[in-house]
Each structure stands twice: as structure tokens, then as C-alpha cells.
Design a protein around this ligand. Structure first.
Ligand code: HEM
Length: 232
């Protein structure tokens, strides 16, 4: 208990908390992307995967619980660190310093908040399947495939056929990746892995991985809107 309190009350401790929780959240984002990309193989693997998750509560609920704890700690540490920085530096940064900082680094708090709002919409859209927000006049929870499993494949296609919904996903995932490009690089810094030799390489790795994640996620709504799944 004492260790937790001491970690929370030091700036470095909070940076470690942000790095470790951020790393675990990135692992989820990559795993989730790989699961979703099964849509390109066809309805069977995607629906089997969705059915497996829904019918394995001993896996689903611990993962959900872990995600909530990780996201809460990540956001709480971000809020506390931002507040501490404001108290330590009540006068805004000089103009030159602002120019030197990257766009991603200056917008971390804001991009994080918007990504959080996007995730809430996404949960209501595809997990809780609230009919009023999918803009299709249909109810995704009633979609069943031939094996009477929830038809995740058709849900994604119907969902992304709505251009404004796809656009919002592109915006949300774009901001997530902007957030990640700086966040992953800060994580390497907090862990003390960035030095003159590896620093530039690790920065490029963070940007490259963020672009790959963006392209991976955005490929799904793009393929739907381009009619890729219509011929199947
Ligand atoms: C094109 C982008 C995305 C697609 C197609 C997609 C697809 C899905 C689908 C179909 C589900 C519901 C699974 C089910 O109940 O069977 C889901 C749940 C979820 N997604 Fe996404 N997702 C996308 C982007 C994201 C992003 C960027 C994040 C995180 C930042 C995210 C986080 C989640 C979470 C936390 C859940 C809830 C998992 C649970 O059931 O507990 N998703 N997603």
C-alpha cells in the first residue's frame, strides 16, 4: 500500500504508471486490430471469433475489467501530471518552445479526451448495439448468421456503409494514432530506454507503428465504402 502511495505521489511514479498502462492498452489496440482484420478472410472466422469471445465469460470479463482499470489509471495519472505541470509552470511556454514541441505532444491531453469519447461511441455502436446511434434504422443485436451466432461481419459492413459513421471512425482512429505516435515515444523515455544511439530509432518506430495501426483500422471502413464486400 505504501509503495502504491509513494508511486502515485511522485511525478516519476506517475510517468511509470502512464508508460505501463499505455503499453498494455497499445497491446489491446494491436490485438483488437488483428481480430477485426479477419473480416478480409470472410464472415466465418470473424463470427467464430466474436462468438468465442461472447461465450467465454471467464476470458471476456477479466479482459474488460483490466481495460477499465488500465484506462482509469492512465487517465487519472495524465490529469494529475497535467495539473502538477500547470502548478509548477503557471506562465505559459514561451513561443519558441511551443514551436519546438511536436503537434502530437502539444495535443496529448486533448487527443486523449477525444479518443475516450470515440471509444464510448464505439462501445454503444458495436458492443452494446444501441439502435438509435447506428443510423441504419436497424438493430444490430438482431443480426444472426446461418449458425445463429451474432453476425459481426454484417454488423461491421452495415455500420460502415454510413459515410458519416466511417468518417467519425477515421477521425477517432486518426487521433488515437496521433496520440500513440507521441505516447509510445514518451513511454520509451519514461522507461529510460531513449539515449543518443537508440532515441531517434525508437521515435521512428513509434511513428511507424502508429501509421501501421492507422492504416490497418482504416482499411475496414474504407473497404466497406469502396464496395469490397459487396461482391461476396
Ligand atoms: C475500424 C475500427 C474498429 C472496428 C471495426 C472495431 C470493431 C469492434 C467490434 C465489432 C466490437 C464488438 C465485439 C463484439 O461484441 O462481438 C468492438 C469492441 C470493442 N472495441 Fe473496437 N473496433 C474498432 C476500433 C477500436 C479502437 C480504435 C479501439 C480502442 C481505442 C477499440 C476498442 C474496443 C473495445 C474496448 C471494445 C469492447 C470489447 C468488449 O466487448 O469488452 N475499437 N470493436
Amino acid at each position: 500500500m505504501n509503495l502504491i502511495r509513494r508511486t502515485w505521489h511522485s511525478s516519476l511514479g506517475k510517468k511509470y504508471i502512464m508508460a505501463i498502462t499505455g503499453c498494455a492498452l497499445v497491446a489491446f489496440v494491436i490485438g483488437h486490430l488483428l481480430g477485426n482484420l479477419q473480416i478480409f478472410i470472410g464472415p466465418e472466422p470473424l463470427n467464430r471469433y466474436g462468438h468465442f469471445l461472447q461465450t467465454t465469460p471467464e476470458l471476456l470479463w477479466p479482459v474488460r475489467f483490466a481495460l477499465i482499470v488500465l484506462a482509469t489509471l492512465h487517465i487519472a495519472a495524465a490529469v494529475a501530471l497535467t495539473r502538477e505541470n500547470r502548478v509548477a509552470r503557471p506562465v505559459a511556454y514561451a513561443k519558441l518552445e511551443v514551436v519546438a514541441a511536436s503537434y502530437a505532444s502539444r495535443t496529448m491531453f486533448m487527443s486523449g479526451l477525444i479518443v475516450f469519447a470515440f471509444v464510448i461511441y464505439h462501445l454503444l455502436h458495436f458492443t452494446i448495439q444501441v439502435p438509435g446511434i447506428n443510423f441504419t434504422n436497424g438493430d444490430f443485436s438482431t443480426l444472426k448468421d446461418l449458425k445463429q451466432r451474432h453476425d459481426v461481419y454484417r454488423m461491421m459492413i452495415l455500420g460502415f456503409k454510413q459515410p458519416l459513421v466511417s468518417l467519425f471512425y477515421a477521425f477517432g482512429v486518426g487521433l488515437l494514432c496521433l496520440h500513440l505516435s507521441h505516447g509510445v515515444s514518451s513511454m520509451f523515455q519514461s522507461m529510460g530506454w531513449k539515449n543518443k544511439l537508440y532515441g531517434p530509432f525508437l521515435d521512428k518506430l513509434a511513428v511507424g507503428a502508429s501509421i501501421a495501426i492507422f492504416v490497418g483500422y482504416i482499411s475496414i471502413p474504407s473497404a466497406v465504402l469502396l464496395g469490397f464486400f459487396d461482391k461476396r
